[in-house]
Write a protein that binds this ligand. Structure first.
Ligand code: CO
Length: 205
C-alpha cells in the first residue's frame, strides 16, 4: 500500500519540477485566480478524465463528477458546484458529458442488487421508465445500454435547466449555455447530442 502512495508523491514531484522548468511562473500565476469558461459534469469513470479529453490545462475547466453524470435536484454537492460555477466563476458553458458503455447505466438496467449504489441508480431507472418503449424496441443489450447513455444525458440536461440555480441565473440575465455531449471510450471522441439550451424560454422547446 505505502509503495502505491509513494508512487503518487514521486510522480507529483517529477511533474511539478517538469512544469516549472518549462514555465517558472506557472504555479504562481495559476494560484492567483481561476477563470474557467466551462463547468463539466461527467461520470466518475477513470477512463473519462475531463481535462485530458478536451485537452485543457489546470484552471480552464471546473469539474463535478459522479456515477453516471447525474444532476439530481436534491444533490447539494452537484447544486453547490453548479451555483459556484455559474454565479461566482461565471462559466459560459455547462457541459453534461456521458459516455457509451457506462457501468452505472448498465447496472441500472440489469435488475440485480448492487448495494448502496442502488439508491443512486434509482434516478437512472426513472429515465428508463420514461423511455421504456424506445429501449425495449432495441434488440441488442449493448445498443440498449448505449441508447440509455444518450437518453440519460438528455434527461440530466433537462434537470439542469430546471434547477433553481439555472433558472435564477437566466432570470438575472447571466449568459450561460447548457450542453449535452457523449464520449466514446473506443475512439476518444466527443459527440454533441444537440440538446443545448441558452435560456429559460427554450426549456420546453
Ligand atoms: Co460511467
Amino acid at each position: 500500500m505505502s509503495g502505491g502512495l509513494e508512487q503518487i508523491f514521486s510522480r507529483n514531484r517529477v511533474w511539478s519540477e517538469d512544469v516549472r522548468q518549462r514555465d517558472p511562473e506557472y504555479f504562481s500565476r495559476l494560484s492567483q485566480q481561476q477563470t474557467p469558461e466551462y463547468l463539466w459534469i461527467g461520470c466518475s469513470d477513470s477512463r473519462v478524465p475531463a481535462n485530458q479529453i478536451i485537452d485543457l490545462p489546470p484552471g480552464e475547466v471546473f469539474v463535478h463528477r459522479n456515477i453516471a453524470n447525474m444532476v439530481v435536484h436534491t444533490d447539494l454537492n452537484c447544486l453547490s458546484v453548479l451555483h459556484y460555477a455559474v454565479h461566482v466563476l461565471r462559466v459560459q458553458h455547462v457541459i453534461v458529458c456521458g459516455h457509451y458503455g457506462c457501468g452505472g447505466i448498465a447496472a441500472a438496467m440489469d435488475n440485480q442488487q448492487h448495494g448502496l449504489i442502488d439508491n443512486w441508480l434509482r434516478h437512472i431507472q426513472d429515465v428508463i421508465r420514461l423511455h421504456r418503449d424506445e429501449l425495449d424496441a432495441l434488440d441488442s443489450p449493448t445498443d440498449r445500454v448505449d441508447r440509455l447513455c444518450e437518453l440519460n444525458v438528455t434527461e440530466q440536461v433537462r434537470n439542469l435547466c430546471q434547477s433553481s440555480v439555472m433558472r435564477r441565473a437566466w432570470e438575472a440575465g447571466i449568459q450561460v449555455a447548457v450542453h449535452g455531449v457523449i464520449y466514446r471510450l473506443e475512439d476518444g471522441l466527443l459527440q454533441d447530442l444537440g440538446v443545448s439550451r441558452n435560456g429559460i424560454e427554450e426549456l420546453d422547446a
